[in-house]
Design a protein around this ligand. Structure first.
Ligand SMILES: Cc1cc2nc3c(=O)[nH]c(=O)nc-3n(C[C@H](O)[C@H](O)[C@H](O)COP(=O)(O)O)c2cc1C
Length: 252
């Protein structure tokens, strides 16, 4: 801890996705500090393509209402595709594990579709957060490079929150209703919505925040080339890549 922020190592481990917030708004100075940190993120050719809308107060309430309405009406309008059925093998297993962990923490039975939908709809209430940041950018080419830039910005934003004892959660689900968000915030069509980040003070007493998700060990996703002793001197050189059907591991 230095001053009123955590060290990098503390912040990176303290960060987690917060799914219940206290209603108390942050001060403008607190939000500004996070934005000052986030804008230091690297980007392809230093293009800094991020175009961020911070939404609070009555506009936040209106946006939430419109998103809940659009979800109920099935008015999907994402700028990018997102289909969890496209995950395969070990990735699908990680995804299922994440949903199962949440359902267990909330006491939701796998068969209870309505309870699962209600839990998912909390996304559109920003999990009770007083603020949401909507991350827009222009798209160049197939958009992958800009997506990387937005990811860099978002993680810097999230780590800045964590370092200051605050919480946030990135939400692709909000990006699935891009036209609704653009309409409410008066954003031109050529800015595409990657995702939103709800943020504020974590409600530490909520069971929505009672669990943490693990990660696969580094050596399961890192292959060492001529870097002896990186993990274990007995590690075989270049272990074979997992086939799409290999679901072992990756679900800790
Ligand atoms: C780009 C991105 C989009 C995400 N979208 C959502 C979302 O729409 N709703 C949600 O509840 N969680 C969302 N998450 C949170 C992930 O589920 C979470 O990061 C992951 O399960 C790991 O948990 P942790 O962040 O607590 O470490 C998203 C995460 C990322 C990085």
């Amino acid at each position: 801890m230095s001053g009123d922020t955590l060290s990098f190592a503390e912040a990176v481990r303290a960060r987690h996705s917060v799914r219940a917030f206290l209603p108390d708004p942050l001060s403008p100075a607190q939000i500004r500090s996070v934005l000052e940190d986030a804008r230091t993120a690297p980007s392809n050719c230093n293009t800094q393509p991020w175009n961020i809308h911070i939404v609070s107060g009555r506009q936040r309430d209106l946006l939430s209402k419109e998103l809940l309405r659009a979800e109920a009406a099935g008015e999907l309008s994402g700028d990018f595709t997102f289909d969890q059925n496209e995950y395969f093998g070990a990735y699908a297993q990680c995804s299922r594990h994440q949903v199962q962990t949440r359902n267990d923490a909330l006491g939701i039975a796998r068969s209870d579709r309505e309870a699962r939908r209600m839990a998912d709809r909390r996304n559109f209430e920003f999990y009770g957060a007083p603020h949401v940041a909507m991350l827009f950018a222009p798209v160049f080419g197939d958009g992958v490079r800009v997506g990387g830039d937005i990811g860099m910005y978002a993680q810097t934003f999230l780590l800045s929150l964590a370092a200051r004892g605050l919480g946030g959660i990135p939400q692709t689900v909000l990006g699935l209703y891009a036209d609704t968000v653009r309409d409410v915030l008066n954003v031109p069509d050529d800015l595409k919505l990657f995702f939103g980040i709800s943020f504020g003070h974590e409600d530490r007493s909520s069971r929505d925040n009672s669990y943490r998700l693990g990660r696969v060990p580094a050596q399961e996703s890192v292959i060492a080339h001529d870097t002896p002793g990186l993990f274990d001197s007995r590690q075989a050189p270049n272990p074979p890549l997992q086939s799409p059907d290999d679901t072992k591991g990756r679900a800790s």
